[in-house]
Design a protein around this ligand. Structure first.
Ligand code: AMP
Ligand code: GLY
Length: 427
């Protein structure tokens, strides 16, 4: 099996790390990849949305399976592009088409989908410049805080949570006037949900699904969940408070109706589903859908997968998921993200990273790294995710923090409290 994986983050290093363990693999390419993927596969310098160049590469190398990491190529229609080209009739693709990726690409579409299929989610109204007065009025019917979401993709920055009504009304106007470009030409106003956030990951072939597990990520830069939002500073899987009863509710009320709903709507969805959920006193509801794996959640979910990744991905891409024997590792996996000083604001690149050979008992997934003259240097805000297993969550965390202590680059920063809020919950 010759595989091309699109993406360049810790998520892609984790997916590549898992795929190279398969005896089915003949050759793995990663476009564009990072220094971590270069150490276990072959990087190709092609941008993830440069479909024409990707197509030439796939044709030249005889790629059998295309695995799509990030959302941009999915929302831009990478699957549709290949399906429309007669040269690629035999290419297997893991990742939904445009009609499925819109679950992530449009918050309004996602809300309509959930309402249509009876999937629990916060009440909402979608506002356009034409009905801004209605939107302002809807805000007055809600209790603070107020949740405003740009409809389209806004690089993770399109959600505002505002305490003051007048400020929310002002922001609504600014968003509709283009605060987030065309992404906020429509705005979804939502009721604020209380509770604890948790994410659940599944893979589907459009007919059935396998649940890959739950994870919690730590989005804020500072300890105690303070400070600016980041792409994610660490993660734990499984989430200790997601007990059997809760997981059953998630599957029956959310995962299954989503896969069924896609089917009913005629959307042939083959890829990952990432459910961003709120757990309010044991009752799950959906905050958002993503149509890809999370980062850094992949760095704790994928290591727990015992099933051969290529068997699983091929089955999902070809509609054969029901025939896959699926198994997860029961242990906990924890990851701690090492970031560049200054991130998520301005930060430097090009600092040498040392200590890789000192790390024992953890898996080091590289994110923003590249190789320069035989050395690995920083090349992004989020630099390295250090993942470890443990029978107990504490054990997994301790192991990752010991390994973090071995790694070093100038102005390296990380959160020291990953998982601390979950220590009181037992599996
Ligand atoms: P999203 O980009 O939709 O994941 O939203 C970013 C973050 O905003 C989420 O991870 C939640 O912490 C928060 N959020 C979004 N929608 C709601 C909501 N309806 N109620 C409470 N918090 C929310
Ligand atoms: N860590 C959140 C995400 O990947 O969207």
């Amino acid at each position: 099996m010759k595989i091309l994986l699109l993406g360049s983050g810790g998520r892609e290093h984790a997916l590549a790390w898992k795929m190279i363990q398969s005896p089915k693999l003949e050759k793995l390419y990663v476009a564009p990849g990072n220094a971590g993927t270069a150490s276990i596969a072959e990087n190709v310098n092609i941008a993830v949305t440069d479909f024409n160049t990707i197509a030439d590469f796939i044709a030249e190398k005889g790629i059998n399976l295309l695995v799509v990491g990030p959302e941009d190529p999915l929302v831009e229609g990478v699957r549709d592009f290949f399906i429309a080209d007669a040269r690629f009739q035999d290419l297997m693709i893991l990742g939904p088409g445009k009609d499925g990726a819109i679950l992530e690409g449009s918050k309004d579409f996602a809300k309509q989908f959930m309402v249509r299929h009876g999937i629990p989610t916060a009440g909402y109204m979608t506002v356009t410049p034409e009905n801004i007065e209605k939107g302002q009025g809807y805000l007055t019917t809600l209790k603070a805080p107020y949740v405003l979401k740009a409809d389209g993709l806004a690089a993770g920055k399109g959600v505002l949570i505002i305490d003051d009504l007048q400020e929310a009304q002002r922001e609504l106007k600014e968003m509709l006037e283009g605060k987030f470009g065309t992404a906020s030409s429509r705005v979804v106003i939502e009721e604020f949900l209380r509770g604890i956030e948790i994410s659940v990951f599944a893979i589907t072939d459009g007919k059935t699904y396998k649940i890959l597990g739950s994870a919690k990520d730590y989005k804020r830069i500072g300890e105690g969940d303070m400070g600016l939002n980041t792409g994610g500073m660490g993660a734990i899987s499984p989430v200790p408070f997601a007990d059997e009863v809760f997981n059953k509710k998630v599957e029956e009320r959310i995962v299954r109706p989503t896969v069924e709903g896609l089917k009913k709507d005629g959307i042939d969805f083959r890829g990952f589903l990432f459910f961003g959920l709120m757990n309010d006193g044991g009752e799950p509801s959906v905050i958002e859908y993503n149509v890809r794996m999370g980062d850094p959640e992949t760095e704790v979910v994928i290591p727990r997968l015992k099933t051969d990744a290529i068997d699983l991905f091929v089955a999902a891409a070809t509609g054969e998921l029901a025939n896959v024997e699926f198994e997860l590792d029961n242990r906990y996996c924890a990851t701690v993200m090492l970031v560049a000083g200054g991130y998520p604001g301005d930060y430097k690149k090009g600092d040498v990273i040392t200590g890789f050979d000192q790390v024992e008992n953890s898996i080091v997934f590289q994110a923003g790294t590249k190789e320069v003259d035989g050395e690995i240097v920083t090349n992004g805000g989020r630099v390295i995710a250090v993942s470890s297993f443990g029978e107990q969550m504490e054990e997994a965390l301790t192991c990752s923090y010991v390994s973090v202590g071995k790694l070093c680059f100038k102005d390296m920063n990380y959160r020291k409290d990953i998982g601390q809020d979950l220590l009181n919950f037992k599996k």
